[in-house]
Design a protein around this ligand. Sequence first.
Ligand code: ADP
Length: 445
Amino acid sequence: MFQPEIETMTREQLRELQSQRLTDLVARLYEHVPYYRERLSEAGVSPGDVRSIDDITKLPITRKDDVQNNYPFGLLAVPRSELARVHASSGTTGKPTVMGYTRGDLDVFAEVNARSLAAAGATPGMVFHNAYGYGLFTGGLGLHGGGERLGLTVVPVSGGMTERQIGLILDLRPGIIACTPSYAQTLAEEFRRRGISPEEIPLQYGILGAEPWTEAIRADVEAGLGIKASNIYGLTEVIGPGVANEAHDEGQGSYLWEDHFYPEILDRDTGDPVPDGEEGVLVITTLTKEGVPLLRYWTGDITNITHEPGPSGRTHARIGLIRGRSDDMMVIRGVNVYPTQIEAALQLVSQASAHYQLIVRRQGTLDELELKLELTPEAFNRVGQGVLEGGIIEVDRKVDELRAHIQHKIRDIVGIGVKVTLMGPGEVPRSAGGKLRRIVDERKL
Ligand code: ADP
């Protein structure tokens, strides 16, 4: 552990710290951010009304729109000249969001990333291959700061240029890699293509995140790179990566560093709190942020939470793997479908590789969901060989049977019929370094 005294503090101590920090935060926002002064007044809350963390439910929710409408510096709680850096979200779901960081914020950013790297298996002195993108995106510089704080030897390679990444990994012998799970898959494939076995790859650990992933993808990259892979979660509005991280030796949810970020799970429709273990939207209050602190930020990410201490003695709450963003939810003929549900069905199909894409179209008035699924090379050799046309495996009896089998599994779990197109190895687009878009929505709604 990087900070055992904080990571294992009792729930009572944590609550007391959160209460103090929330009281202070509301006072700061009321005094320095006109937008929040107005929203708090509308909600009938004055700073004196907030005395404990339980009072958080009285406070207004902040949404992405609120941040964007105040672009670029409308939500600053400090003079602009006190900002040491800005970052912006990668813009996966529309207009990017710009956030400002004070020196204090950068310090917290490094601290939570050092904690996360240590939880993922890094130890001081280890070489750290950081293949998250550098630049406005928070991933590269966020983990970079954490690596330096923990005492790692940071290789700031950034995303892309797979050839060079492979060479550096073989030459510099890093113990840990950071990148998106989809890019870890790309790297694993490239090693395999070159005939380099997982045992020959120096990496021992991976700290992967920035996009939704599943146990099937984890199994794929762990086997392909010969690593133990942990989940890192975060978002620009809250700070960037390092909001939550799994412990590599536990793997039962990601510790959300609650001394800085207060989590709530709320019902996506009613906004009411949901009990531990049930799914809802993760909402986070930045307890210590100075530059652009946010009250109850609606992340849109769907997950569940537990407040039970973990096996390592860490006491901070743990969130499950993110099921997806609420905006990734596809409504197909009235049924809510997440890509991760399709993946859960594919885990039951031994011929399915971890590479797929979902295409949503509208045929007349009906929605159609097409799954473009790559077979594993072994399955391809059995059913597909010789019938590959333009990447697509053409109809014959064995292929038809397999397709029907997959459709059946998906209908069982997701409850809808999908069109299945089987593809040959390497035919579905890969991550070239950053976040992978697995859904292509061709409906013009
Ligand atoms: P953008 O919304 O433009 O992608 P960011 O670069 O700030 O902005 O990315 C934050 C988002 O990335 C999160 O809200 C979440 O949807 C996704 N994300 C980050 N880490 C993970 C993770 N470990 N698992 C699933 N999704 C993640």
